[in-house]
Design a protein. Sequence first.
Length: 423
Amino acid sequence: MAAPPQDGAPGKAAAARAVAEAHRGQWAFVLAATVRVTRDLDLAEECVQDAYAKALVAWASGGIPARPGAWLTTTARNRAVDVIRRDAFFRTALPLLADDDEAVAGPADGDDIPDERLRLIFTCCHPALAPQDRVALTLRLVCGLTTAETARAFLVGETAMAARITRAKKKITAARIPYRIPDSEDLPERVDAVLTVVDLLFTTGHVAPDGPELLRTDLIARAAGLAGMLGDLLPGDAEVAGLRALILLTDARRPARLDASGAPVLLADQDRGRWDRAAIAEGLVLVRRALRRRPPGPFALRAAVAAVHAEAPTWEETDWPEIVGLYDLLLRRRPTPVAALNRAVAVGFADGPEAGLAALDALAGDPRLAGYPYASVARAEFLHRLSRAPEAAAAYEQALRLTSNTVERNFLHTRLATLPPPP
């Protein structure tokens, strides 16, 4: 049942708002359902974009449908069927995205099919694709960003991003990546690949690698939205719950991360009264759910670390030995240089800066940390606490050489300025 027709500018405005809302909330479902008809990502995108364009006109004159997503899905898939019939496209498109489950030859009936978006997500995040290509394709196809918007998200040129997306699509074709949910024996590995893409997206937003801003709230929102979608589609998956908890608990600190001038505030100095307590409460529920799996997965363990911080009333009351123990578990499950670095930092707060430096020294031979600025920052902070100013200055300078983000560079200059001058 559609809403009553609206004439003139008010109808156009209402239709535009409804189309924008449908784009934010329904794009992935509409595209996924259309790909089932076309078996071709480019043709599906074209048909979905055409459906949204038609909605702007049809909804302004005929009213906004009660189920906008179903209207858009039917319109896009009808358009796809017309193109296929007219151009005999189906015979050439069929091999592009193999679907082992069934062939879909007609338009949608309007009923929601929950796993349609999963098919699209698993295709975009297939391990055969390079990690950056997975992120780009997920933003473009699952989130519905334009190529220009996707390029801006990663501060690259639109031409370069278009080439990256085209390369990823060609890889899907060449590798005959199936458009389906993985078999049960492959599902854990494939879910992990999807979660890694969302985690990378959130991490990039939490601390932008370069540019004038510390935070990229657009990327944080995209990552949180994708994590929520995965929670709806895979409600029983412990690692999905872990990733959602990690994002909620980490981003809950956002209101206290910058001071009035926009400078970063260290976790030790943050006003915890400004943290988002509703997000923390939701995240803690998800952490408990994620930790029920035995043994707990990497995202659950990282979320548990964030939970320890969230539950500490003050910095001084943080349970650092618990955090060290959680990193020990994480390193057994998924040894990474960043996890090892974070453990070394936790050791420094649990047992003192000398112990922290010793733990950092044990990692000094890992070439994967040679270009990682936070390893130098951690060393500088421990040396600073030990009043070893010349060595701390050298470590801060090293971190500056490795840091591109303007806000972080300014912060490091400030930390350098707090060191006593050489005798």
